[in-house]
Design a protein around this ligand. Structure first.
Ligand code: ADP
Ligand code: MG
Length: 257
């Protein structure tokens, strides 16, 4: 593999925000056997970083994100968010799902507000903040639409608005663009990167699951690779390319080779 570019120094990365230590996750198979899905996962997500997590289907990427955000408990090991042990969902972290995970019987506005309802934010403030997030992500005019009336790209915008309305410090994304067509995915990715680069969102670290190496190299500062059966982090590679990144840049092409 030819790498013709000189790595820049990675000075922008700060202290660790989210960490996993010795994480294991064992599921029971329908036959009652133990299935080791995550094996001795150690990772740190630092301030200022976008990290991509790559791995084959079934390697445990979604399971890892769910452990990190406190939706499920690891079988052993621990997750810490800003030095606090994660034992369940907590303010500061939000997630965007591949399948959008919207409530079909709620409007766009209601779906977005839901992210705040669970945090006990009063109604008036909920409405105000939800409208702000809807505006930020380019959904204004669609407040009273229902998910089924929207395209896939617009639905995922709702998914993003519902996560961003909570002002997440850490944003976890589980294949957020993979259900979208190429152009739609590209636009949404670029907009998210703009919000991040211009600090229009308070988010200080992003962990994104993908199985698209191009997407990882276009977006991330670092790429982690998860093996399958069992899921272990077998590689951590720094991506030393300036942003915005260009698919036609020889350095980009070298990195995805
Ligand atoms: P990925 O997101 O990388 O495709 P997943 O984390 O969804 O992988 O799944 C990893 C493995 O764990 C798969 O073999 C899957 O069948 C299994 N698995 C995931 N969730 C459960 C569950 N709740 N119960 C039993 N097995 C599960
Ligand atoms: Mg998955």
């Amino acid at each position: 593999m030819a790498t013709t570019f000189t790595p820049k120094t990675t000075a922008s990365v700060g202290k660790v925000i989210l960490s996993a230590r010795n994480l294991h996750k064992i599921f029971k198979t329908p036959e009652g056997n133990d299935l080791l899905v995550l094996d001795t996962i150690n990772l740190d997500l630092a301030e200022g970083e976008i990290v991509a997590l790559l791995g084959r289907s079934g390697s445990g990427k979604s399971t890892l994100l769910r452990c990190l955000i406190g939706l499920i408990s690891p079988s052993s090991g621990e997750v810490r968010y800003r030095n606090r042990l994660v034992t369940g969902p907590m303010p500061g972290m939000a997630m965007v799902f591949q399948s959008f995970a919207l409530f079909p019987w709620l409007t766009v506005l209601e779906n977005v507000e839901l992210g705040l309802e669970m945090q006990g934010v009063p109604e008036g403030e909920r409405r105000r903040r939800a409208l702000g997030a809807i505006d930020l992500i380019g959904l204004d005019g669609f407040e009273s639409a229902y998910p089924k009336e929207l395209s896939g790209g617009m639905r995922q915008r709702v998914g993003f608005a519902r996560a961003l309305v909570t002002n997440p410090d850490v944003l976890l994304m589980d294949e957020p663009f993979s259900a979208l067509d190429v152009l739609t995915a590209e636009n949404l990715r670029a907009e998210l990167l703009d919000l991040w680069e211009e600090r229009r969102i308070p988010t200080r670290a992003i962990l994104m699951v993908t199985h698209n190496i191009d997407e990882a190299v276009l977006m991330a500062d670092r790429v982690l690779i998860l093996s399958s059966n069992p899921g272990r982090i077998i590689s951590s590679q720094q991506i030393d390319l300036p942003r915005p990144r260009d698919r036609n840049d020889p350095a980009f092409l070298a990195a995805v080779e």
